[in-house]
Design a protein around this ligand. Structure first.
Ligand code: HEC
Ligand code: HEC
Ligand code: HEC
Ligand code: HEC
Ligand code: HEC
Ligand code: HEC
Ligand code: HEC
Length: 403
């Protein structure tokens, strides 16, 4: 159904066609025709998606043998435990961060460890999600008949809702109910219709095409998608080290040998702010993805790269406004508004003064601290349980959401 602008190369050909992006940077202009649109309604993430647009790396680097959302034939993934041997600092916090836990399987799911049996009733339908040995079973019953299927994977940690993906009679389904942290129980999945389903099958959830299921895994796990096919046997749940740094086999061999000219691993920290926003945008979604899918309005508040680049503060060359200025990708985010003040004050003077070097922009006539409370307002999606932070930094004179 889709064609990607992929220029994946054969890793055995390293040196000829392949290499790590950090070494071989070259911007390629993507022609929209290369990108065949896969427009689907992705409910929990509220988007239409363009698979080709996920392929950040080929658009930016001429030689690349992996994607944040895609593995490649023969790539050697070694797993976080191997990275942890030499990089204990990152490995201590990253696997426990929301990105590290973006997808979990079976009974290891944290939500189910603390809530081993979840129940919910909606009209005539009763839902149960519970552990059965190593598996998690999703069950819906109308009192006479019951559908009961193992959960393939749990998506998310429950701030915006933990949603379950399952298979029933050959079709993928996204669960009609999700777990929400704020109420510590099940409720309707964001974006699912609230009207009473006509059949028990419909009550299971929304049917998800195979292509769309592939995309769920691509953005929520590592090495699970090759080309356009799922390889669940190879999947490493969550965004792991190698999700952002690429397969680490070569790097580990080089580092262990002790003789190496270069690290042989991609470090996104070497990208310019603008390129980094696109890199993170391969999952978080930049303006390229949003424009091609034609989405607008409040739904786009979830797409931080898209919103940030639309703000007057943004400069593609300035690291003080890239994602890394405010977020450490190896840790959970700070939820304390005071933490971000210094980030704003890196460019804006606290009081109106003659501009000093590096601080040549305007000062606030109103506030001196907790800048984000006023200039990065939060929005709740309809039916949602979670506030998203509008990354379009601005003077918010009204409660409206500017496109
Ligand atoms: C045997 C020890 C060892 C293991 C295992 C290891 N690394 Fe490294 N790593 C190093 C050393 C040493 C450096 C510094 C290399 C240099 O600067 O030349 C490094 C550097 C890096 C860098 C920075 C590269 C740059 O260009 O700045 C990244 C990113 C990285 N490692 C990620 C990983 C990941 C991800 C894994 C697991 C797949 C991993 N490492 C496994 C030893 C290791
Ligand atoms: C392979 C896909 C992928 C890539 C690449 C990616 N992210 Fe994420 N990120 C996710 C997913 C999925 C979540 C949601 C996790 C959840 O809540 O279950 C997330 C969550 C986050 C959060 C919220 C974490 C929290 O503590 O609440 C931040 C901040 C974030 N990402 C920043 C980044 C930055 C910065 C980059 C680029 C360096 C990046 N991400 C790259 C998939 C990705
Ligand atoms: C293009 C990448 C992408 C695709 C495709 C994608 N997601 Fe996500 N998903 C994200 C990111 C990034 C976040 C974190 C920001 C947010 O909540 O929107 C997220 C958040 C979520 C959350 C909320 C997590 C929480 O902690 O509350 C759930 C649930 C979820 N996704 C499920 C799915 C399912 C199911 C699919 C497939 C139908 C899917 N996603 C497809 C990137 C993606
Ligand atoms: C969401 C994407 C993402 C994930 C997942 C991720 N990293 Fe990183 N990593 C980055 C970015 C961006 C940088 C550059 C900024 C920085 O140094 O923090 C980086 C930098 C590094 C560096 C170089 C640090 C330095 O001082 O130059 C090492 C080593 C590293 N990461 C190891 C790891 C390991 C080990 C894991 C898994 C436990 C991991 N990373 C997971 C995005 C990620
Ligand atoms: C100038 C600072 C700043 C920059 C730059 C920034 N963020 Fe954020 N981000 C924040 C703040 C503030 C929050 C909300 C923290 C809180 O209250 O929980 C946030 C929250 C998030 C969340 C959690 C969901 C949400 O919307 O609340 C994600 C995901 C995220 N940021 C991703 C990114 C990505 C990806 C980039 C780069 C495109 C980025 N951020 C750049 C300040 C920033
Ligand atoms: C990389 C430097 C940089 C950073 C970091 C930065 N800004 Fe800005 N900001 C600018 C520039 C440049 C402008 C446009 C010129 C001006 O207004 O001085 C601007 C404009 C603004 C405006 C006016 C917007 C409008 O619509 O008129 C506000 C409000 C603002 N910034 C607040 C913030 C806040 C709050 C933060 C931290 C969350 C922040 N900025 C971080 C550089 C930055
Ligand atoms: C209580 C809410 C509030 C807080 C907190 C706040 N601001 Fe503002 N800020 C405003 C309002 C309202 C305006 C518009 C003032 C006007 O034009 O009348 C503004 C204007 C600005 C402008 C544009 C100034 C210009 O001359 O165009 C910048 C830049 C700015 N703020 C940055 C910041 C920074 C940086 C912080 C934190 C140190 C901060 N603000 C804290 C409410 C706030």
């Amino acid at each position: 159904m889709y064609v990607s602008s992929n220029r994946l190369c054969d890793p055995k050909n390293e040196g000829k066609h392949c290499g790590y992006p950090g070494r071989q940077r070259k911007r390629i202009i993507v022609r929209p025709v290369q990108a065949v649109i896969l427009c689907i309604l992705c409910v929990p993430c509220g988007l239409c998606l363009l698979l080709a647009a996920q392929d950040w790396a080929p658009r930016n680097f001429s030689r690349i043998d992996w994607q944040p959302t895609r593995a490649v034939e023969g790539a050697s993934y070694v797993g976080t435990n191997t990275c942890a041997k030499c990089h204990s600092e990152q490995a201590r916090s990253q696997p426990l961060s929301p990105m590290g836990l973006a997808l979990q399987r079976g009974k290891d799911t944290q939500v189910l460890r603390s809530h081993p049996r979840l129940t919910f009733r909606a009209g005539p339908f009763a839902y149960t999600i519970e552990c059965d040995g190593d598996r998690v079973i999703y069950q819906v019953s109308d009192g006479q008949h019951t559908i009961s299927e193992p959960v393939l994977a749990a998506f998310g940690l429950g701030d915006a809702g933990q949603t379950y993906l399952l298979q029933h009679e050959g079709f993928y389904y996204e669960s009609r109910v999700s777990f929400f942290n704020d109420v510590r129980s099940l409720d309707f999945t964001l974006g699912h219709p609230r009207k009473i389903p006509e059949s028990l099958e419909d009550a299971v959830g929304n049917k998800v095409s195979r292509g769309k299921a592939v995309l769920c895994f691509a953005c929520h796990s590592t090495a699970s998608v090759k080309g356009t096919t799922l390889q669940l046997d190879r999947m490493i749940p969550g965004i792991t080290c190698e999700g952002c740094h690429g397969p680490g086999g070569k790097h580990v061999t080089a580092m262990e040998s002790g003789v190496h000219k270069e690290p042989s691993i991609f470090n996104p920290g070497k990208l310019q702010a603008g390129d980094l926003v696109e890199f993170c945008g391969s999952c978080h979604r930049g303006s390229f993805q949003v424009e091609l899918t034609g989405m607008s309005g409040i739904e786009t508040v979830r797409f931080q790269p898209h919103r940030l680049t639309g703000s007057r503060c943004f400069r593609p060359q300035d690291p003080r406004i890239g994602c890394l200025a405010c977020h450490n990708p190896h840790q959970s985010r700070s939820r304390d508004a005071a933490f971000y003040d210094a980030k704003c004050l890196a460019c804006h003077p606290a009081v109106s003064t003659e501009p000093t070097s590096g601080q040549s922009v305007s000062a606030c006539p109103v506030g001196k601290k907790l800048c984000t409370d006023c200039h990065m307002p939060k929005f709740v999606l309809p039916g949602g349980h979670l506030e998203f932070t509008d990354h379009r930094i601005r003077i918010a004179r009204t409660k409206a959401f500017p496109d």
